[in-house]
Design a protein around this ligand. Structure first.
Ligand code: RP5
Length: 163
């Protein structure tokens, strides 16, 4: 089966964060490919990846990067597929640089920007699954089950002292 979602990141050092997107896709039964694609270190690969993704059956691209994080915006500029940007937490500025680089896209090219770090990566996996689920009843059911379980987990321990 062709991967439905592409997870790309600027560096192998982003994987600690971006693996949370893959974990969530796995939970929802959504197939994915994972690749390091750097906007500034491998710009030609970025163009090739973005321009061929749709033809390979990819429906959503999750792009994570840190610092001057131009990867999601550049990918979005070269594909009509929805691109979800994950700001990876940088050491120097704690990911504020990554967040502002990704979120402040000028009008005309959209990047759906998630939270900084692992929560953002996990939510990117959920959001990508929700997009895939628009045309996939199995993924829809897995998303519903995930949310139901999450609710039950909270309700099952109303008093934190019981943990
Ligand atoms: C960005 O630079 C990457 O997305 C990464 O978050 C950051 C640092 O990369 P490394 O120096 O760890 O390879 O391109």
């Amino acid at each position: 089966m062709n991967p439905q979602v592409g997870i790309i990141m600027g560096s192998t050092s982003d994987w600690d964060t971006m693996q949370h997107a893959e974990l969530m896709l796995n939970e929802m039964g959504v197939s994915c490919e994972v690749k390091v694609v750097s906007a500034h270190r491998t710009p030609d690969l970025l163009f090739e990846y973005a321009t061929t993704a749709a033809d390979r059956g990819i429906q959503v691209i999750i792009a994570g990067a840190g610092g001057a994080a131009h990867l999601p915006g550049m990918v979005a500029a070269k594909t009509h597929l929805p691109v979800l940007g994950v700001p990876v937490q940088s050491k120097a500025l704690k990911g504020i640089d990554s967040l502002l680089s990704i979120v402040q896209m000028p009008k005309g090219i959209a990047v759906g920007t998630l939270a900084i770090g692992t929560a953002g990566a996990a939510n990117a996996g959920i959001l990508a699954s929700q997009i895939v689920a628009l045309n996939d009843a199995v993924v829809t059911e897995k998303l519903k089950a995930f949310r139901k379980q999450q609710t039950e987990n909270v309700l099952s321990i109303p008093d934190p002292r019981e943990m």
